[in-house]
Design a protein around this ligand. Structure first.
Ligand code: SAM
Ligand code: SF4
Ligand code: SF4
Length: 338
């Protein structure tokens, strides 16, 4: 057991931190925040429980000392957090952090893109599950057409941000959009990543039949485009990448269900209220806010994070069964971020 722990540590360094800045969202995507559960009576986190920018910065400094090089700001919808660009600006100044990204539904991106770029943000991942308005409206639960997101994407490109688009594919929901999305973003020179529908949280009605696997998506794409594989850029890279032949544009797959990647998972997560999670499918987080609010020095935080990470045995996706998906109590995706 002890040797296994040591091997685990060696294989899975702590490299990558996702920070959720809010659990609120202006969408109600049916695979993430189903509107019947996240309705007007849902108890979102009160403001006092949410980490301040100063607290997030202190945490990021500590994580950078423990090896984190990449930060991603997420939520809920991170652009709902007021003055988010000023948080980015603080985080870019941290020694050791060499990459900061943000994942957004794109609704407020046209408004925020320039500020984010000026603050030092390098990249945004924008979620868009369909171009077809009828399909997209049903998915986002707020009746928003795809135009508002496409405008956000264009504004981000104009502002000089790197842009990738994420599309969660679900059986009989948006499979018909695979080729039109690929075509559209290939023509724009933007990387599109297909994400397998996951059993995050306890409310999205997931089962294996609703998953469209990488293989199925790839086979459809191969009927329309010539694709060649691209080697991973670094240890722990999550997307399986391909390039459209005779172009520089890539397309990727996040295969969390059909080809899980727990053995190279280097990613930690912090919820908006300062809980530390070592897995997207965890039931329980480790409270860092209480430490942040009672100690000004870094040592107790460092000790806590190190001991939690070193004790980590997570491999939920490697072991997933329909029963575990149904029975295990898991944190919600909107709470912990993608
Ligand atoms: N609101 C932002 C957005 O939608 O991009 C950031 C948070 S959202 C939880 C992060 C990512 O998780 C999005 O790309 C979203 O599509 C993805 N996601 C949410 N629920 C999912 C699920 N059940 N399976 C796969 N991906 C999911
Ligand atoms: Fe909101 Fe993002 Fe979840 Fe959709 S996927 S409900 S946009 S947090
Ligand atoms: Fe990492 Fe957990 Fe996902 Fe496995 S299931 S890749 S351990 S977050």
């Amino acid at each position: 057991m002890e040797m296994e722990g040591v091997r685990d540590k060696l294989r899975r360094p702590l490299q990558d931190l996702r920070i959720s800045v809010t659990d609120r969202c202006n969408f109600r995507c049916q695979y993430c925040m189903p509107a019947d559960i996240f309705g007007p009576d849902f108890a979102f986190l009160p403001k006092a429980e949410i980490l301040s920018f100063e607290e997030i910065e202190r945490l990021a400094i500590v994580f950078s000392k423990l090896g984190v090089r990449k930060l991603r700001i997420t939520g809920g919808e991170p652009l709902l957090r007021k003055h988010i660009a000023s948080l980015i600006s603080r985080l870019t100044k941290i020694e050791g952090i060499d990459d900061i990204g943000l994942t957004t539904n794109g609704v407020l991106l046209a408004k925020e893109a320039d500020n984010l770029k000026k603050a030092g943000l390098k990249r945004v991942n924008v979620s868009l599950d369909a171009l077809n308005d009828d399909i997209f409206k049903k998915i986002n639960g707020r009746g928003a057409g795809s135009k508002v997101v496409l405008n956000g994407i264009e504004a981000a490109i104009r502002a000089g941000l790197g842009v990738k688009v994420n599309m969660v594919v679900q059986k009989e929901v948006n499979e018909t959009e695979i080729i039109s999305m690929a075509e559209h973003f290939k023509n724009m020179g933007v990387t599109l990543r297909f994400i397998e529908f996951m059993d995050v949280g306890n409310t999205n009605g997931w089962n294996f039949q609703k998953v469209v696997t990488k293989k199925e998506i790839f086979d459809r794409l191969a009927g329309h485009f010539e694709l060649e594989p691209v080697d991973p850029d670094y240890f722990g890279e999550v997307a399986k990448r391909y390039r459209y032949k005779h172009s520089n544009t890539e397309v990727g797959f996040i295969t969390s269900v059909s080809e899980s990647f727990c053995s190279s998972c280097t990613r930690a997560r912090i919820s908006a209220d300062g809980k530390f999670y070592t897995c997207l499918f965890a039931s329980k987080g480790h409270d860092l806010r209480a430490i942040l609010r009672t100690h000004q020095d870094e040592a107790p935080l460092i000790d806590k994070i190190r001991s939690v990470w070193e004790g980590r045995t997570d491999r939920y996706s490697d072991e997933r069964t329909e029963e575990s998906a149904r029975l295990k109590s898991k944190i919600e995706m909107s709470y912990i971020g993608g």
